[in-house]
Design a protein around this ligand. Structure first.
Ligand SMILES: *Cc1c(COP(=O)(O)O)cnc(C)c1O
Length: 462
């Protein structure tokens, strides 16, 4: 008999009752968001025009270590949480590695991802404030689905701008969102100024998250009693995703494990911020020994090839500017299958931790190696992973193989952010050998960095 069970579940009572705000323990904060018009740090007042009040306050909160999870949010969480921590015995055997591999499985809800953790929170606060309509963007569709679920539950209207290339790859996603009552618009669309301008320049554009964000922000600004909500990148989203790491910590402590390596895939940085928060807190206080790895796509390599600079969060340049690792807000990533990782920037918190050396490594991975990792994982563990999550799997397998070569049994923890049931066309492409690896040329990157120089004219003190 194995000493440690395959799945380590917490009870409802053991679930964290508060989100953990990692910023409260960071020795230095990231540079502030800047107002795109004045280039001054955004005020709570200004942010409250974009986000609802409570979320604007959370966005700027760097002092409260714990923020209580409201009771109705906790109630909803209990429909799909606590999520299991799984010991990947099958994968360990398949790899013949002395490593102990664990993953936190966040795909056990209809959105098929961790996005629901923040969607429920954001919709709840909007409802509290009397907001009746929300807009957002979605790349792969997980965030749109999560938000559609939360909006249906709390009774709000929702318009989703879905990145066109993803909408075409995954029409079923749209059907799920519409089942939950959301209105879905392909982006770039003719319904907004930003969309029309982009279509005029690139009529064949498959869209990008940055552009879809701009369309959603513009529509929110022009619709009464409406707010824009975002499923990643922002500090508030990392805060809500801390539930992943906090649950993980309780479960790992119970079995007497402490990770040597913590891995998350990185699109906008929210699940990585979630899975690492508790162990990063140790690191920031000079305790603990975990190494942190961000796994990103070679086609959209914000951390490994981007610049650490002020940039727009959106292609339409309406949302605040953030200091982050970025490829430039005009960057049009190739249509790879990990739609949720096709974002030009990176969470300011993750960017700061990486810049200051607290996140030890970012690793860019090609999609064929990622799908090979997905296949191996599916065979060994019986879960069909999302292409995004498979970046973390791929990095975990690489680390486990290193353990085998070095004869060292390290403890590896990674976040399995979601399932890949809507990505079957991508798996089919991989299975038939038709998948290609894509990455931007140096010249393409440099061209997009030019736009950053204009952004850099922020206040001189930053
Ligand atoms: C959105 C998404 C991601 C990437 O977003 P982060 O904010 O970087 O976590 C990863 N995996 C899945 C399944 C997603 O839906």
């Amino acid at each position: 008999m194995n000493a440690i069970p395959h799945r380590i579940f917490l009870t409802e009572e053991e679930m964290p009752k508060a989100w953990y705000n990692l910023r409260a323990d960071m020795p230095e904060q990231h540079e502030p968001l800047l107002d795109p018009a004045t280039r001054e740090p955004v005020t709570l007042e200004a942010l409250s025009h974009i986000f609802c009040r409570e979320l604007a306050a959370q966005e700027l909160d760097t002092t409260h270590r714990y923020i209580p999870i409201p009771e109705p949010v906790l109630e909803y969480y209990k429909t799909y949480r606590p999520s299991p921590l799984v010991r990947a015995y099958g994968l360990e055997r398949q790899l013949g590695t002395p490593a102990r591999i664990y993953y936190k499985f966040e795909g056990g809800n209809t959105s098929g991802s961790h996005k629901l953790n923040s969607a429920v929170a954001q919709v709840y606060y909007a409802k509290q404030q009397g907001i009746t309509h929300l807009t957002t963007e979605t790349g792969a569709g997980q965030w749109g689905t999560a938000l559609a679920m939360a909006c249906a539950y709390f009774g709000l209207e929702l318009t989703v701008y879905m990145v066109k290339s993803s909408a075409r790859q995954k029409p079923q996603r749209r059907a799920v969102m519409e089942t939950f009552g959301a209105r879905v618009v392909e982006s770039p669309s003719p319904t907004t100024q930003v969309g029309r301008a982009l279509l005029a320049r690139y009529s064949e554009s498959g869209g990008s998250l940055g552009c879809a964000i701009s369309e959603a922000v513009e529509t929110a600004a022009n619709t009464p009693n409406c707010r824009y909500v975002l499923g990643s990148v922002l500090d508030q989203v990392l805060l809500h995703q801390s539930i992943i790491g906090s649950e993980c910590r309780i479960a790992m402590d119970r079995i007497g494990e402490y990770p040597d390596i913590v891995i998350g895939c990185a699109g906008g940085g929210s699940n990585l911020g979630g899975i690492l928060c508790e162990y990063m807190a140790d690191r920031l206080q000079g305790r603990g020994h975990a190494r942190f790895i961000a796994a990103e796509p070679a086609a959209c390599p914000s951390l490994t090839r981007g610049r650490y600079a002020y940039d727009y969060c959106d292609a339409g340049q309406i949302a605040p500017l953030a200091k982050m690792y970025t490829l430039g807000s005009g960057f049009q990533p190739a249509s790879i299958h990990a739609g949720g990782l096709r974002y030009h920037g990176m969470s300011p918190v993750i960017s700061k931790l990486y810049h200051d050396g607290f996140i030890d490594e970012a690793r860019a991975l090609g999609q064929t190696q990622v799908f090979e990792a997905a296949r191996r994982f599916a065979v060994a563990e019986g879960i069909l992973p999302a292409p995004e999550s498979s970046h973390a799997i791929c990095a975990a397998i690489q680390e486990a193989e290193r353990c085998r070569e070095e004869g060292v049994g390290r403890t590896i923890l990674f976040n399995l952010t979601g399932t890949g049931y809507f990505d079957l066309a991508a798996f089919q492409q991989y299975n038939t050998g038709a998948m290609v690896d894509l990455s931007p040329t140096e010249a393409e990157l440099i061209q997009n960095f030019r736009g950053l120089e204009a952004c850099a004219q922020g206040p001189h003190s930053y």
